[in-house]
Write a protein that binds this ligand. Structure first.
Ligand code: FE
Length: 289
């Protein structure tokens, strides 16, 4: 393993703001926290939404997400714990379980369900929505299940475990790459007091969401269940995270903005109102999938 050292940043990014998210429910009553809300879509372009879910109470998740449509973007579901079965109108089916990722490109349209395959126990994870560039919004739907064992992992010299869902870190290429948005998606397991550095292009929008313990980012505390939105300060070269005395687990997400208009109506994200109306029409007429 390449333990080429980890402390090389000259100007790490500051925290622009801390975001709490909104408790809500979606699908058939699944309780979750919408961390990246619509008011942050422009600021965090190309990311459109981040939902965090984590509960031991089956009543919070048992309803699942019955059949619903998507058009114009990608959904990336990362399960930390629990099992969800996915079925879609393109004929794909898969079981998503602890440590695994499902990457779905809705493109011109897909109708799918995401249903828990358990009646008890813990369900925990994230769903991130990643926008598609205008030229790809009507592409053919695509789908990949990535089991935990297929996600590249490394351990830094300081003992930080890094699961590379997308992009690359410390010379290791992750499970997924996307040309238009160059997403980076890391799940980081930091032992007590360990630090982790990740270079980031200044123009890429980036955030960290802490789901265990606590992090320090450029001197600012980021507690559990909070998102730190990272400043795109000119000349900054990446992010430096430092775990507290209890260690921390967090996801680090970054991407190249598309800088295109964003028009959303529920599960449809296009570039104009007209295109969104068309998506609704297509769905109602059975032409979406
Ligand atoms: Fe969905």
């Amino acid at each position: 393993m390449d333990n080429a050292t980890t402390h090389t940043l000259q100007r790490p990014r500051a925290v622009e703001r801390i975001v709490t998210g909104q408790a809500t429910s979606d699908g058939a009553g699944v309780k979750l926290t919408r961390v990246l809300t619509p008011d942050l879509q422009r600021r965090l372009d190309p990311f459109l939404m981040l939902d965090a879910f984590g509960t031991d109470n089956p009543g919070d998740y048992i309803g699942g997400f019955p059949d619903h449509p998507h058009r114009g973007f990608e959904t990336v579901t990362y399960m930390l714990d629990g099992r969800m079965r996915h079925r879609d109108s393109a004929g794909n089916e898969g079981l998503l379980s602890g440590g695994g990722v499902q990457w779905m490109t809705a493109g011109r349209g897909v109708i799918h369900s995401e249903m828990p395959e358990q009646e008890a126990g813990r369900m925990e994870g994230f769903q991130l929505w990643l926008n598609l560039p205008a030229k790809d919004k009507m592409c053919a739907p695509w789908y990949r299940d990535i089991p935990a064992g297929e996600i590249p992992k490394l351990r830094t010299a300081e003992g930080v475990g890094v699961h590379i869902i997308a992009g690359a870190s410390h010379g290791m290429v992750g499970a997924m790459q996307r040309e238009a948005t160059l997403p980076l998606y890391l799940d980081l397991h930091l032992p007590a007091d360990a630090a982790f550095e990740q270079p980031l292009p200044t123009a890429h929008n980036a955030f960290v969401y802490v789901y265990r313990g606590e992090l320090l980012v450029a001197g600012q505390s980021v507690p559990r269940q909070r998102m730190a939105l990272l400043a795109n300060t000119p000349g900054s070269d990446g992010v430096r995270l430092q775990a507290g005395a209890l260690g921390a687990r967090a996801i680090l997400v970054a991407g190249q903005p598309l800088n295109e208009p964003i028009a959303q109506y529920g599960p449809f994200v296009m570039n104009s109102k007209e295109e969104v109306f068309q998506a609704v029409d297509d769905f109602r007429a059975g032409r979406l999938a």
